[in-house]
Design a protein around this ligand. Sequence first.
Ligand code: BG6
Length: 457
Amino acid sequence: MKQLPKDFYWGGSVSSFQTEGAWDEGGKGLSIYDVRPTPEGHADWKVAIDEYHRYKEDIQLMKQMGFNFYRFSIAWSRIIPNGDDEVNEEGVAFYNNLIDELIANGITPMITLVHFDMPYKLVKEYNGFASRKVVDLFERYARVCMQRFGDRVKHWMSFNEQNLHACSLIYSNAEKVPEGESKAKFLYQVAHNVMIAHCKAVKALRELVPDAKFGGMTTITQFYPETTSPQNNLFVRQISDLVNYWTAEVQATGKYPYYYENYLKNRGWMPTFEEGDEELLTYTCDYLCFSYYKSNVLSEGHLDMTTPYSDIMDQHVVKNKYLEATQWGWEKDAIGLRLVMNDMYERWHKPLFILENGMGAREELNSEGTVNDDYRIKYHREHIQAMKNAILEDGVACLGYITWGPIDIPSSSCQVAKRYGFVYVNRTDEDIKDLKRIPKKSFYWIAKAFKSNGEDL
Ligand code: BG6
């Protein structure tokens, strides 16, 4: 029987704003999340799960779960509080301690430089990545991180789920479309600027930490057509290329893919390239990271000349009668993971890295004081099995399987009620309580799965 390589990575992935809390401690500046209103009934990000003070305890839990890898993001506003001022040594010390503690416990760290957040001043004063000034400030921040942490951290990423920067402004960095400008043109210019920022980070890593690896990061949804009509199939192909793959294509090959460039040119939305941009794009990545949670079925549609592709996609999502969905309507599809792994590997033949996978559920402690989350065990068992099929049967190269939010954290819209973890954190949206960590049933299962290198599922 074929087995996964001995050095396969297993672990967890989080962002700073969803874990750290301590929003105004240790010299941290205001981040866009500290001032962003959350939907009614959701918490704010000020405490999150208080990782800032509890990382040692949490690393012990990770060790018990058999982690050999942990991906976290740095809060830019902890390192350079307002984005354009001096380095905050207290912030550097926090991440130094976190990294040292991980390594001392046999866990390889990976840094994400930007996971949706940035210092608020950069949005207020420069309109975020709409300004090339912010691209340069990002490069400075990236270089500081590499200089300070690169001696121990050998896995780096720039932007979490970078393709989202071309789907929506709200979800990424809160840039605002200036009065009278076309939303689409602005959106794709910001996406280009973010791509240039990403490439500058790759270039910086090559110079500063030549023995480290850089991963491009994408969120991938497997798309299926609702019908067998040729137009429905064409539409799914176009959406899949544009929504899922264009950023990864640049990260893998060093140039814009023909379909994306022509999509933009045909609509007058091609971004302005500055001198040197073409050359910067050629700084490609060592491997391609992605998050995968679900698949979507799309009804028949077509790309028009005025609406950004992501807005059109949203209007065509319909239910898949073959799949069960989470309480948030995300359709669980392990075979979809095998499909996207093959799709990505076939396109670029670069190693893949699954950096986020998991399912959100509403949960409460039962009378025994724990959570019997058999549905989560089923979800991960099926996804690990599908990944193994892609690797061992199909021949896809993949470095690891990293789960999202292994110790409960608030969701991306700060909903504590949407839990992904193997460990329950005792707080709700309304009440911070004692934040106690309590292993769920899946904690013991995932430990067994990880410690057996994916054999004992
Ligand atoms: C990914 C993000 O898109 O999905 C995370 O990188 C996010 O920040 C995760 O939390 C799950 O999404 P949600 O909205 O359920 O938290």
